[in-house]
Design a protein around this ligand. Sequence first.
Ligand SMILES: [Zn+2]
Ligand SMILES: [Zn+2]
Length: 441
Amino acid sequence: MKILKQLALITLLAIGASAQPRNVDALIDSNLHSLLATYKQLHAAPELSHYEEKTAAFLAGQLRLLGFTVTERVGKYENPEWTSYGVVAIMKNGAGPTVLIRTELDALPVEENTGLPYASKVRTKNEAGQEVGVMHACGHDIHVTSMIGTARVLTELKDQWQGTLMIIGQPAEEVIHGARSMLRDGLYEKFPRPDFAIALHDNAEIEAGKVGLTPGYALASSTSVDVQIRGLGGHGARPETTKDPIVIAAQVVLALQTLVSRENSPLDPAVITVGSIHGGSKHNIIPDEVNMQLTVRAYKEEVRKRIRASIERIAKGTAAAAGVPENLAPVVKISDSQVTAATYNSPELVERLAGVFAKTLGADNVLQVPPAMVSEDFGYFSLEQKIPSAMFWLGAVDPAKMKTGERLPSLHSPLFAPAPEPTIRTGIRAMTAAVLDLMKK
Ligand SMILES: [Zn+2]
Ligand SMILES: [Zn+2]
């Protein structure tokens, strides 16, 4: 906490000492030194989802220094034991649209292995009580830093935009329920409802200096499903006296793969992965149950609903075919919290942003990127596409590494190491340009 206070002081000095440069690039240049220090501090002090207390307080403090009206601890989780560290910062600047821009705050239970001088050495206990390393392996520290930079530049350029700027520091993105917690707490009742919502996410395959855009469905919905196959256990040498849940589970795993290949249109992407399967304790015992954990990814809501129903049908049908009595039919549970909707980028907004980014970064630095089956909870801020929203990719790979063709560590990897300077610079340039266009005078 002491380090964060010192950083706040350095920031104040940096703001006070600046010679009031007026264009975006000069403003970024004059802030970059302190922003890189901020990035390294945040990187070295990551906090897990639900525990983003210091990161949130730091962001809130930085935005308050700039004159934003900041509210902390916005959000309500279903689990009352968790505190939601959501930050809402509002700057009203005359009549005009309300634009929401979001950064996430949380890090991952990953032990960092980059060897960087500012690598995280943080270890903590996760919610299951196991000791884990903690790392900003998804680059949310890049996002927080870029957001602070964007806020500083936009504060300096207040005469070039009008309306209400709404900065969101969102907790618990990695467990995909932070956005919902903020909406559940009345985000759009207590604060203005935005006319546009924008976010950026760093990308481990795109060169720093470039951005990527995906019109329409960009990221998939994610649904976590638990399937319990129940049987009648017994001696491994006496299968005729049992209903073997392991054999039934094996059939279910394979039959589930036909849901995508045989029941789904090839034009509607979907994935069913059985990520965990556990049953039994010993070679010669047929167990009573097998437990499986599945993730389902899709874009369209109707596809997701149909697959969910089909998983239950396949599990129950397979068990019935094996002669399992009805009172021991499989139990299929959809998680309430580990689900998220698809991220849909408003095509009109994407087109507008593509034009703005091409002007700011050069047309060669704006890529159209295909959709991906990974998931995010940013889509919730759009209220089921009622509010035009878009998330764009921010290239984070050192251009020199890109040229050597070496395999790049992905997001969530213990080796993920974005190139901070060009990534943060481009993040601020792109986000500032987007806001200045949507809120121009
Ligand atoms: Zn992320
Ligand atoms: Zn992530």
